[in-house]
Ligand binder design. Sequence first.
Ligand SMILES: Cc1cc2nc3c(=O)[nH]c(=O)nc-3n(C[C@H](O)[C@H](O)[C@H](O)COP(=O)(O)OP(=O)(O)OC[C@H]3O[C@@H](n4cnc5c(N)ncnc54)[C@H](O)[C@@H]3O)c2cc1C
Length: 435
Amino acid sequence: MKNDHIKHHNVIIVGGGPGGLGVAATLEGWHPIFKGDYKFPSSEVQRLAKQYENNPLALDMHALLDNGHRPIEFFRMRHHPTQEALPPDKWTLEFTKRARTDWLMLTTDSPGGLWNNVPREQMTLGPAHWMELAHYPIGKFYQETGRARDLDDLAHRDDLIDYYKAFTRKLNLENHIRTGVKITKISPALEKSRKAFIVDSVEQSTGRTKQYSCNHLVFAVGPRSAVRKLNVKGIQHEYISSAYTHPDDYPGERVVVIGGGRSADWAAQELHDSGRSVVYVMRQEASSHLNLISASQYLPYYQRWAEILTSEQERMGLLYSSKVTSFERDGLVNIATPEGSIVVQADHAIVEIGGDPDYGLLSSFGDLTFHKKRDNFRFQLNQMVVDQATFESVDIPHLYAAGYIAQGTGLSVIGFHAGCFLIAGDILSKSAEAE
Ligand SMILES: Cc1cc2nc3c(=O)[nH]c(=O)nc-3n(C[C@H](O)[C@H](O)[C@H](O)COP(=O)(O)OP(=O)(O)OC[C@H]3O[C@@H](n4cnc5c(N)ncnc54)[C@H](O)[C@@H]3O)c2cc1C
């Protein structure tokens, strides 16, 4: 029986981060073309690229995969043929406008995904152009908004958020993006019809619930959609924050930072450099933290960490192999260290322990197959195993993993962005078959 309350779309994209936005632009009809003088290292790939240069989305990517080539590289090599930013006249990846397919994006945050929630002064870990989505080069955005920036420099989160917002305006995506909407469940459609998924959502401001259905679902919820919780006594006290923002938000003198990854490193350093006394509580051993610091010396804020470590450290207490055991009402924080228990008096405590992708949303599909991704940059998560030609889940037909959570992409925007072309190409081809 037809349910009139359920709004149907060909594609629903869950998540408005860089992963979801790339797919949205491509489904909107902004299709890649290869132009000018380009060269792939393999003659076989070069031949296919030339044959399909006016519509590479139409190439069945299994043709590449079956011959030992990674389909995601096919697009990535055109977008980023060199480590450095390309001048505009050197781009061989361009875009043409074709018909849109019916898609809708549902997302809690505004365009830009988790970048909306990082600390107010957060810089990227890599050059600005590594963060761009090819349909609208970030260099063009800088130019059009009067920003004098070097594309090979790190980017500030304010620029990035403005860029991802401008991306949605420039490419006419805005009318198909609903922000402030949280997906609570994705389940298989029971009716025997073309639609594959039922999507349950709640509008965050009103609590109103709504159901959607779709034929294809792009799962782009990012690495932190299920925030980790520190389950210790007293965690509800007001002096404890579950995410770090800016030193101005913590006016007191003494701050305990709990974590050990890059976000906690950022918080501890920024607070220290703004004059606070910091006690930094980490579960990891000292060697692990020191390895991260020494491997990250290409970043100014890790050079600063090296300076802090070699200084007197009067206002930075580093507690390794340690954990908070409870928080008391009056700011007393109990910490278990290898030398025994200690108590620290704090004005603020900041918990920065990261999160995981919210795979619980897919629990009605049974067990999923994961790839444990671990890298030197301390990004760790379970990525969804996907067909490397299409990024369709190996467990759930018509569900595609986009962005950070897809296997075979690396862990950064430069690594995963080109996946949007594989996803959109496969959806377009399946949609055409179904018509
Ligand atoms: C501090 C920090 C620094 C980083 N630095 C870099 C860097 O320099 N370079 C780099 O490439 N990467 C960096 N990353 C990695 C970062 O994950 C990527 O840049 C990028 O944001 C990932 O894109 P995404 O689209 O996969 O996910 P996200 O950006 O996380 O976007 C996913 C979005 O999905 C939405 N969502 C989640 N669950 C739901 C739900 N149930 N319902 C509705 N919407 C939902 C949310 O709005 C969320 O913001 C950094 C990450 C952090 C935390």
